[in-house]
Design a protein around this ligand. Structure first.
Ligand code: IPE
Ligand code: IPE
Ligand code: MG
Length: 258
């Protein structure tokens, strides 16, 4: 099936023209601020989650328009089980519903969906739908959307460590040969590259355990907008900021001024 490009944003806004070396390969998005958005309007928190669905779809549209190949979306963290039963069960049902509702659109756009996260505790219905989306979209090549559901950066590193230990015990790898490359290979989705741009909405200045390993050298952009008010223009704005950054990776160049 030939992919169909997303419709332009209703405002008519077009992605900024940026040289391709300044386009991030992988954007990680912490979709934060739904509860505050709802409460500010006198609504219960779950209404904020509902209002955030269109933001995610629009950000994916904006990533496609800009030629960003990987987007990771933080949808439910390993810490979010601390919330009320009402909110947790809403989020479980809602995640399945969003994936069901949006699959056709994502498919038409040529988006490959992947799931990163832990199985234990996650509702079976959610796992089934995530795996179904992975299967249905596995041949798509326009953009990869990694849905991070029951995801935690520390959990991911701990799970990788346990699997490395198993393979060491089975004699498949030598302890002395375990390197950063080895660890990277045991992460949930080893084919997904490191994060270039780490974007968080809602004004909170923290990573909240998202993609810890992969974001070691990511550029962090925190925006003062609540997730339901985010659209593709927010992503483009963050990419423009990213494009201004001087990524040194620990290196240095002598540039004496005056
Ligand atoms: C992010 O919005 C969505 C999830 C964590 C599932 P929040 O629900 O954290 O909203 P705030 O941060 O409380 O406003
Ligand atoms: C991070 O947001 C998790 C998701 C967006 C899914 P939280 O709202 O859970 O993070 P904290 O509590 O502000 O650190
Ligand atoms: Mg939050």
């Amino acid at each position: 099936m030939t992919p169909v490009p997303p419709d332009p944003h209703p405002s008519g806004a077009q992605p900024p023209q940026i040289p391709s070396q300044f386009i991030p390969r992988h954007v990680a998005v912490v979709m934060d601020g739904n509860g505050r958005w709802a409460n500010e309007r006198g609504l219960p928190r779950n209404e904020g989650h509902k209002a955030g669905e269109k933001s995610l779809v629009d950000v994916v549209a904006g990533a496609i328009e800009m030629g960003i190949p990987y987007v990771s979306a933080y949808a439910f963290s390993t810490e979010n089980w601390k919330r009320s039963f009402d909110e947790v069960s809403f989020l479980m049902r809602f995640t399945t519903e969003v994936l069901t509702r949006q699959l056709e659109t994502l498919q038409a756009w040529g988006v490959r969906v992947l799931w990163a996260g832990r199985k234990p505790k996650l509702w079976k219905s959610v796992i089934r739908q995530l795996e179904y989306c992975e299967e249905q979209t596995k041949n798509n090549t326009v953009c990869t959307l990694v849905m991070c559901v029951n995801y935690g950066g520390r959990a991911e590193i701990a799970d990788a460590t346990a699997r490395i230990a198993e393979d060491v015990a089975a004699g498949k790898i030598k302890p002395s040969s375990v390197s950063e490359k080895t660890v990277a290979k045991y992460l949930y989705k080893p084919e997904v590259p490191d994060v270039d741009l780490f974007l968080r909405s809602s004004g909170e200045l923290r990573t909240s355990n998202f993609l810890l390993w992969q974001s070691a050298y990511a550029e962090l952009v925190f925006l003062d907008v609540l997730w339901p008010d985010v659209d593709r223009r927010t992503l483009w704005h963050a990419v423009l900021e990213y494009a201004q950054r001087d990524r040194r990776y620990g290196g240095a160049i002598d540039k004496v001024t005056s």
